[in-house]
Design a protein around this ligand. Structure first.
Ligand code: ZN
Ligand code: CU
Length: 515
């Protein structure tokens, strides 16, 4: 009887399929799970006593902006110390190629840092292969970068030749192994794209079975039209649809998720493959520039939402008058590297101090900080968060902004632990096995990451050992830079990256390419 490199003994195994926890040992040889049994007889070079603990596949963070963090902060402590073993980068239209456009995104989260040059998605993935991160990385092609490379900031449809040029960029990414195409339809320049442009580009993902992931045009009053557009694009392009960070934003829109989830169910019933992801918080987070342009559009609009598939003329808020005191109180600066004293303060607060209108205060911050100004926006209802989480097609993705400075939204660190602690243990929103499935097996299958997301013989040895009675998010809005409690061990491709909550320094991550 040969021995194993690692045996995790005596834990309760949640295998990622959604099956109930059961007492089992897990044995690893090299980078693979070699045996799963009630009791593994063979010895292990390393033995982990998991009595009283849960053993699960490493978590897949399906919605991240870690494209550049994986290179600049390759230990990725804010992820792996929270149990994450794989990140999907390139969300919300912000991709890692073309390089010149990617550098614009990097400036938002990594001000002052420069990146080595690379050529296309193949070049980006090769960089990560040469200098691996501590976790695995799968990439989406970001539509915003593609559009910016061909059309700059133009608010118009592409010519046939321009659409062909955009298609070629997307195709390069898909051929390099990207897992699909993402859009960010509130952002410049993605918001100028019509449905037919997006459907044409998303169709390129059919070549390798990739999906279409979208930060929709409007997550507020126009939520339902936005979901209809996302579904229609998937249908036209012939690719699965992933609705990113599903929510109803803004008090006037609370409750709309019941209808948006019904739209998902109806589409699925007629054979359209639609799913969603979610982070478990009632606050959103993005760059201040997007919030200011949204408020400016609503200030000048006639109050009518844009038609489905059309770039908005403004007015998604469905009301005139721009940013009120109430909105401004809900928008809190999370990063202002030139003026760190502003971090943690609301736009309303700064406006009062400066004796200016909230929109002017926001513009003043933007002038001082540019794209590096990010905000946390308290705009969701707890009820809606739970409703979306209960839906069987919702998986977990943090949408964390990977900033080691400022006060990033705590979802960067706490997302998975918060689901398992707050929503599973304390509130009983989901059974533990189901919640784990939504962050492992379901996610891996969705993004075509074969051999991940499940604990079974032959699968890659991405594993997390945690205490279900103690796991909890520790990061807060005021003090976010803390990894969760209750995570004992994390293994990536069979190598230990976290022990007793601390990073081991190992960087065994791989790039995951879809073929
Ligand atoms: Zn987004
Ligand atoms: Cu995002």
């Amino acid at each position: 009887m040969s021995s194993y490199d690692l045996v995790i003994r005596g834990g309760t195994l949640y295998d990622g399929t959604g099956a109930e926890g059961r007492r089992a040992d897990v044995a690893v040889r090299g980078d693979r799970i070699a045996e799963v049994a009630d009791a593994v007889a063979a010895p292990g070079a390393t033995v982990v006593d998991a009595a009283g603990l849960a053993v699960a596949p490493g978590f897949l963070d399906v919605h991240t902006h870690d494209d550049f963090a994986a290179l600049l902060h390759p230990e990725m402590g804010f992820k792996v110390q929270g149990g994450v073993t794989t990140v999907v980068v390139g969300n919300c239209g912000m991709g890692a190629a073309p390089w010149a456009q990617a550098c614009g995104y990097a400036a938002a989260f990594h001000p002052g840092r420069s990146l080595p040059a690379w050529d296309g998605y193949a070049g980006y993935l090769a960089q990560l292969d040469a200098a691996p991160a501590s976790c695995n990385v799968a990439a989406l092609v970001g539509h915003g970068a593609v559009r910016a490379a061909v059309l700059g900031g133009d608010a118009r449809a592409p010519s046939d030749a321009e659409l062909d040029a955009m298609r070629a960029i997307v195709r390069e990414g898909i051929e390099a192994g990207c897992v699909g195409l993402s859009t960010g339809l509130i952002y410049e320049p993605g918001r100028h794209a019509r449905s037919d442009e997006i459907a044409a580009l998303a169709g390129e993902a059919r070549a390798n079975g990739g999906l279409y992931a979208t930060h929709m045009r409007d997550e507020g009053a126009g939520l339902l039209d936005s979901v209809r557009e996302a579904i229609a694009i998937g249908e036209r392009a012939g690719v699965p649809v992933q609705i990113s960070h599903h929510k109803a934003a803004g008090r006037g829109s609370w409750g709309l998720v019941r209808d948006s989830l019904r739209l998902i169910d109806e589409a699925r019933a007629r054979g359209v493959d639609v799913t969603a992801d979610q982070y478990p918080y009632t606050a959103a987070s993005t760059v201040l520039a997007a919030v200011v342009s949204y408020f400016e559009r609503s200030e000048t609009s006639d109050g009518h939402a844009s038609r489905v598939g059309e770039p908005p003329s403004g007015g998604e808020r469905g009301q005139k008058g721009g940013v009120g005191q109430g909105d401004a109180r809900d928008v809190v600066l999370s990063s202002a590297p030139n003026n760190p004293a502003w971090e943690g303060r609301s736009i309303a607060d700064l406006a009062a101090e400066w004796s200016v209108a909230p929109l002017d205060a926001a513009r003043r911050v933007l002038d001082a900080e540019g794209i590096a100004a990010t905000v946390v926006i308290h705009n969701m209802s707890e009820d809606d968060v739970r409703t979306v989480m209960r839906h069987p097609t919702t998986m977990i993705g943090s949408d964390g902004l990977p900033m080691l400075h400022g006060k990033p939204h705590p979802r960067l660190y706490g997302t998975f632990a918060r689901v398992l602690g707050t929503y599973v243990r304390e509130q009983g929103v989901l059974p533990l096995a189901e919640a784990i499935h939504r962050m492992t097996g379901l996610s891996a299958r969705r993004f075509g990451l074969t051999d991940r997301g499940e604990v079974r013989a032959g699968a890659c040895a991405d594993l997390v050992v945690f205490d279900p009675a103690r796991i909890a998010d520790v990061a807060t809005y005021a003090d976010p830079h803390h990894s969760p409690a209750g995570i004992a061990r994390v293994f990536v491709n069979g190598t230990e990256v976290v022990r007793d909550g601390a990073h081991t320094g190992a960087r065994p991550g791989r790039t995951l390419r879809k073929r």
